[in-house]
Design a protein around this ligand. Structure first.
Ligand code: BGC
Length: 524
């Protein structure tokens, strides 16, 4: 699962500035600087103002110092606006728990949709047989074949194939997207048939479909798409039953498969982790997007109008990416990102913490810093001007640079943004910007987890009851400073005693195997 490596259609930023505007805005910044700097530095030389240009770098050391001071001011402002003290995070956690209750109360009761998954029994480990999984949620999708061997053997075999979705299909039509998926699935099955003909002993293939977007389910194997998130926007699919769309496309390919379960990746992560550990209470994704699923008592869901399931439980797909609270530290950079996004006004929590957006936030800060201070010298800004050109894996690499002269940062700035000849001081500022943005994300993410524990009444130690939080997603898996900060912040919020009973676990590939496991548990 990705964490922003996918290209969500790069666009020229509407707030794009060419070198001329940059020069003008740099002069403006110098004027503003007269007001900001201490009196001793207030008399910025008219020589500087009249000769500074991006094309000729005849700048004196004193002027370089002024440029650095302006750049540092941008970083200091960002640091202040992104601050997440524990008191703010506690407010975020309470707001999350409150929104969860409101979303369970009635349909549309909260921006956090709290969607019913219709999964009332999670895998136990006893599941046996051959099941298929289809995992769609990012710019790649995966087809899996999973052989389950029951309590002792568990997952006996798992084969998978990953396919990149051509970008034009992410904003085309529903039938084009599902047609493409079904044709790849048909190819996978055809290859398998060549290898062995009696895999299923005449039985129909059972498929678990992980579809990682908000879906209002009508049963465990059907549901309509509420809206697209991340880099998808296929208008004619909204409001349609995604299983029916897939089933039609599979029939056109002559594929004899039955969709036994439709699940979200957060639900799959919960199921996959529960298969091995019965203390898992929630499954969370920090990848390109973010979401959480957890087990709720069915009688604590006022909006559930049907008969209570036998198990008494219901897995809830929270869709927490759409969470909003006045406590969230939203900056001008986030507001502009949101305004220019595919889904303005939506998924604000996701836009602050998930892999699709962190690199883009950093890019916006770097652009402002460069325009105001001229710190990147006469480099061409066309790459820094491109939306989504700087991705989260890039900022992760720069953030983790431990070389004494920040050589890796220098290489990445050159390779990705075409920025050369930076000073060590400038590179340190770049790292600090990555740190501020990633740390805010991780701390807000931890507050979300604390909110779930609060809702479940597991934020105090109850008779040593163990609570395991299973987390999947490329951001959590590969951005070490993000995951470390998330875990330490959770400890900070829960306190020493309670954190002893809460375990955060990396759950690998829940979205793939989870779907096959739920398909299996539904067919028992
Ligand atoms: C989607 C969720 C999904 C999450 C992680 C979000 O954008 O709305 O349904 O679970 O991304 O993939």
């Amino acid at each position: 699962m990705g964490f922003g490596e996918a290209a969500p259609r790069e666009r020229e930023s509407s707030s794009a500035h060419g070198p001329r505007e940059a020069k003008r805005s740099c002069r403006g910044a110098m004027a503003a600087l007269r007001l900001l700097l201490p009196p001793s530095t207030n008399n910025v030389s008219p020589f500087f103002l009249s000769t500074f240009s991006f094309g000729s770098l005849s700048i004196r050391p004193r002027e370089i110092g002024i440029m650095a001071a302006v750049a540092e001011q941008v970083v200091a402002d960002l640091r202040e606006k992104c601050a997440t003290p524990a008191s703010l995070l506690r407010d975020v956690a309470s707001a999350m728990a409150g929104e969860m209750s409101a979303g369970l109360e009635e349909e549309g009761g909260s921006k956090v949709k709290m969607l019913l998954s219709y999964v009332d029994k999670l895998p136990t480990g006893r599941e046996e047989g051959l099941f298929y999984g289809l995992d769609l949620g990012g710019t790649n999708f995966r087809v899996l074949k999973v052989q389950l061997g029951g309590t002792k053997k568990r997952v006996v075999d798992c084969e998978s194939r990953e396919v990149t979705i051509p970008p034009h299909l992410m904003s085309g039509t529903s039938s084009e997207l599902f047609g493409f998926i079904a044709s790849e699935l048909a190819e996978f099955v055809a290859d398998e048939e060549e290898e062995s003909t009696d895999l299923l002993n005449g039985k129909k293939r059972e498929l678990g479909f992980t579809f990682s977007f908000p879906v209002r389910q009508t049963s465990v194997a059907s549901g309509t798409l509420v809206k697209w998130t991340k880099a998808f926007s296929i208008d004619d699919a909204v409001g349609k039953d995604v299983v029916a769309e897939l089933q039609t496309a599979m029939e056109k390919q002559g594929l004899d498969m039955h969709v036994a379960a439709l699940i979200n990746d957060a639900v799959g992560t919960l199921a996959g982790a529960r298969y091995y550990d019965e203390d898992v209470v929630a499954g969370i994704i920090f990848g390109t997007g973010t979401n959480a699923a957890y087990v709720e008592k069915a009688n604590a869901i006022p909006k559930w109008e049907e008969n209570l399931p036998n198990s008494g439980d219901m897995v809830i797909n929270m869709e927490w990416g759409n969470f909003f609270s006045c406590h969230l530290p939203v900056t001008e950079f986030d507001q502009e990102l949101d305004k220019e996004s595919l889904n303005p006004g939506e998924q604000i929590y996701e836009k602050l913490i998930s892999g699709m957006y962190l690199g883009e936030i950093v890019r916006r800060v770097l652009l402002k810093m460069s325009l105001q201070s001229g710190i990147f010298g006469d480099n061409d800004h066309c790459k820094l001007n491109k939306q989504f050109h700087l991705r989260t894996p890039h900022i992760s690499t720069m953030h983790h640079d431990e070389t004494p002269d920040l050589k890796i940062v220098s290489e990445k700035l050159h390779e990705i943004l075409g920025i050369t000849d930076t000073s060590l001081e400038t590179r340190k500022m770049v790292v600090e910007i990555c740190d501020i943005v990633a740390r805010r994300a991780a701390r807000l993410a931890a507050a979300g987890v604390a909110g779930i524990l609060l809702k479940l009444d597991r934020n105090g130690s109850v008779d040593n009851q163990r609570s395991v939080i299973a987390i999947d997603g490329g951001l959590f898996e590969h951005y070490t400073k993000f995951s470390e900060c998330l875990e330490s912040t959770l400890d900070e919020l829960l306190g020493v005693e309670v954190s002893k009973s809460v375990t955060v676990k990396h759950a690998n590939d829940g979205s793939g195997i989870g779907a096959a496991l739920i398909a299996a548990s539904q067919s028992r």
